[in-house]
Design a protein around this ligand. Structure first.
Ligand code: SR1
Ligand code: MG
Length: 402
């Protein structure tokens, strides 16, 4: 009987030929270890004869980036493959196709997206993605609405919350996003040049109180099946196409957490251009592009969400005048707060983002990091004043005088 063991390149080839019918017997497979994620092993297998290729992703029983001292459930591979299948049904074309799942090896085989680029790398190179706002707006509206209590019968929704119960992965987010960055904790890592700003955050009780409230929402508000880690490293793009990958942090949580993740990560890219793009004109131009993209994402999301509410709502109270407006305002307020938390954790906490890490000069990097911390704090503290998406983008514009 097959037992869990980590695959190497040869093991991946043998598995594909022996346990799947994805390739013919006479296939000439080559295998390449790819991906630099924090948690998993990822292989790309290509048949030299036909050119067909697939991705094989195997969960390790610990966080790959940290080491064996940080054990992690293998069940996340089941959760990820089921979430991808669910998302493909709700949003066809916006996630990779799943071809095969093996529970024992915690292994998922899926569509190869190697003609796509990890979005944060494209953003660092100031690339433009004309369809991204509408693609991700649709992804967010459909995945969040269609898994919520507004769209699903109450019993079905509650069964889904059990199916996607993901306590170990949630604990990572609870600690790394909502706890460690607000204390002088051994898990934190930050640029010594921003130590003063970090210490101010540790002493800011008003900020910490607001983060505690947002953490409570993350812990208790089972509003929709959220991706749970929707940063720009979980999105692969071409100029024409968008694919959302890696939903291993999926669980029933607040909708604003996913929307905030997208906004917060676009704003981390925004901040990183303080270091990446020395020419002021070019920098302001691209930063303005990113803010417009954020505005378009929310506008697309809201439009599609309202249409779904109109056509697909099963919850009887959904017809009450004013309910959808109230609901969306709450989601926007949450999105602002979670965007802020996501920004702060990537500067002070354990896991950083390539956008800023790839700035080699620590002084230039500190400029971007300080800006990210200012924006992040504002989005947390002022989230109740956010009534429309422009209330977020205008606050960012004010900070950099765009
Ligand atoms: C130990 S895992 C660190 C981070 O990587 C993932 O992408 C999540 O964002 C997590 O918080
Ligand atoms: Mg990931």
């Amino acid at each position: 009987m097959l037992r869990y063991h980590p695959l190497d390149e040869q093991g991946a080839i043998t598995y594909a030929l022996k346990f799947t019918d994805l390739f013919p017997e006479n296939a000439q497979l080559i295998c390449r270890k790819v991906g630099d994620g924090n948690l998993n092993l990822v292989f790309q297998l290509t048949d030299k004869r036909s050119g067909k290729s697939i991705i094989m992703k195997q969960a390790r029983p610990f966080a790959r980036a940290i080491g064996e001292s940080w054990p992690l459930t293998l069940d996340r591979a089941r959760i990820e493959s089921q979430a991808l299948i669910n998302h493909d049904r709700i949003c066809p074309g916006l996630v990779p196709k799943v071809y095969h799942y093996d529970r024992v090896l915690a292994l998922t085989i899926m569509e190869d997206l190697s003609n796509h680029l990890i979005m944060r790398k494209g953003l660092a190179a100031r690339k433009r993605y004309p369809h991204f706002a509408s693609h991700i707006g649709t992804f967010l509206a459909r995945t969040l609405f269609m898994t919520s209590d507004i769209a699903l019968p109450a019993q079905t929704k509650k069964k889904r919350t059990v199916q996607f119960m993901n306590p170990e992965m949630c604990k990572i987010s609870e600690d790394l996003i909502f706890t460690y960055p607000y204390f002088d904790s051994g898990e934190n890592q930050f640029n010594p040049l921003i130590a003063d700003t970090v210490e101010e955050i540790w002493m800011n009780n008003q900020l910490k109180l607001e983060v505690a409230k947002l953490k409570d929402g993350f812990l208790t508000h089972a509003q929709a099946l959220i991706h749970g880690d929707l940063h720009t490293g979980s999105i692969m793009v071409t100029e024409e196409d968008t694919k959302v990958i890696d939903p291993e942090f999926t669980f029933y949580g607040p909708m604003g957490f996913d929307i905030g993740a997208v906004i917060g990560n676009l704003l981390l890219s925004f901040a990183s251009h303080e270091g990446h793009t020395p020419d002021l004109g070019e920098r302001m131009n691209y930063q303005e592009y990113l803010l417009t993209m954020i505005e378009q994402i929310w506008t697309c999301f809201e439009k599609e969400f309202r249409q779904l509410w109109e056509k697909e709502a099963k919850e009887r109270m959904a017809v009450i005048p004013g309910y959808v407006d109230h609901y969306l305002l709450q989601v926007l307020e949450d999105a602002s707060g979670y965007a802020g938390c996501k920004m702060i954790r990537r500067i002070i906490g354990l896991a950083h983002v390539w956008d800023l890490e790839s700035i080699s000069d620590p002084k230039l990097r500190a400029n971007g990091e300080k800006l990210a911390l200012s924006v992040g704090q504002k989005l947390v503290l002022e989230r109740r004043q956010v009534k429309e998406i422009y209330d977020i983008t205008s606050r960012v514009r004010q900070l950099v005088e765009l």
